[in-house]
Design a protein around this ligand. Structure first.
Ligand code: F6P
Length: 323
């Protein structure tokens, strides 16, 4: 009987629970034993992991967050931290580890693979900025949460002829803002990948009202150069001349919470099961992701330290649609 361990690491993402369930049940179906590590890599440096049975992962497919807990472990970045983790895994006779998480987590997985431990990553981050997958677990739900907020804000924006600026998550990548803004008919989108200035953003909001619109919406990723603070400053400086009122909503961690969408549950189930298949085939040191609709394994050495930017070419389409 093979023993594998599974952990969730980094920012939690809706669908992580579905992925843990998939890893567990796909492994149990092969007659393996599964250990659930609490609180990400930090759990490998703390107490012993818990054996997971089929019923332990029951009733969680629809729940957001991760019942295993997650953390961003700084200790793990150091070789000494990894040594401790490796000795824990060896003591427990763990033959392979599944790491469900985003960029930082997969860089940690790549380091473990370099140290010679069999590890398989599962692509999971609401930011959808992992290299080696077209789509990561949690991104679809995060877009839909942001979209719902945009739709709701537009209701009141129209009633009061106001502009709204909505800030969504995305420190280094503007995927959520771009996709939710495209789906929500935003007048302006500002993301880390785009050079839009606060003056341009404010002007585009003004021009939307001048074209006869009853509302104008800016969707801003938290890491955009034109942040919500800069846009507000620009607006305040020319408030009298602006001719419209601008209000701000910061969604923050609301974007990461709540039940995963059907798409995220399906993705998590496919990728979790694929990770177990990869271990069975002894294809270690890879990330299980989805490329052109098919499960694909990309070496963690290629994934680590790289990001996948949002498609800034779509910003032109957003502009045309805002006419
Ligand atoms: O990487 C996912 C993410 O939600 C980013 O969009 C965001 O910038 C960051 O995590 C926030 O991290 P934390 O929850 O640690 O504050």
């Amino acid at each position: 009987m093979k023993t594998i361990a599974v952990l969730t690491s980094g920012g939690d993402a809706p669908g992580m629970n579905a992925a843990v369930r998939a890893v567990t049940r796909a492994a149990l179906a092969r007659g393996w034993q599964v250990l659930g590590v609490r609180n990400g890599y930090a759990g490998l440096l703390a107490g012993p992991p818990q054996p997971l049975a089929a019923r332990d992962v029951g009733g969680i497919v629809q729940k957001g967050g991760t019942f295993l807990g997650s953390a961003r472990s700084l200790e793990f970045i150091e070789a000494s931290g990894r040594e401790k983790a490796l000795s824990t895994l060896k003591k427990l006779n763990v033959e392979a580890l599944v790491v469900i998480g985003g960029n930082g987590s997969q860089s940690g997985a790549a380091a473990l693979a370099r140290d010679g431990f069999p590890v398989v990553g599962v692509a999971s981050t609401i930011d959808n900025d992992l290299y080696g997958t077209d789509v990561s677990i949690g991104a679809d739900t995060a877009i839909n949460v942001t979209l719902e907020a945009i739709d709701r804000l537009r209701t009141t924006a129209s009633s009061h002829q106001r502009a709204f600026a909505v800030e969504t998550m995305g420190r280094d990548c503007g995927y959520i803002a771009l996709m939710a803004g495209l789906a929500g008919g935003a007048e302006v989108i500002a993301i880390p990948e785009s050079p839009i200035t606060p003056a341009e953003a404010a002007e585009r909001l003004r021009a939307a009202f001048a074209r006869g619109k009853t509302h104008a919406l800016a969707v801003i990723a938290e890491g955009a150069k034109c942040g919500i603070g800069e846009l507000m400053q620009q607006y305040e400086a020319k408030r009298e001349a602006a001719g419209f009122e601008l209000r701000v909503t910061r969604l923050g961690h609301v974007v990461r919470g709540g039940a995963p969408s059907a798409a995220d549950r399906i993705l998590a189930t496919r990728l979790g099961a694929a990770a177990v298949d990869l271990i069975a085939k002894e294809k270690h040191g890879v990330l299980a992701g989805m490329i052109r609709g098919e499960v694909a394994a990309t070496p963690l050495a290629e994934v680590a330290g790289r990001t996948r930017p949002a498609d800034a070419a779509l910003l032109e389409l957003v502009r045309t649609m805002a006419l």
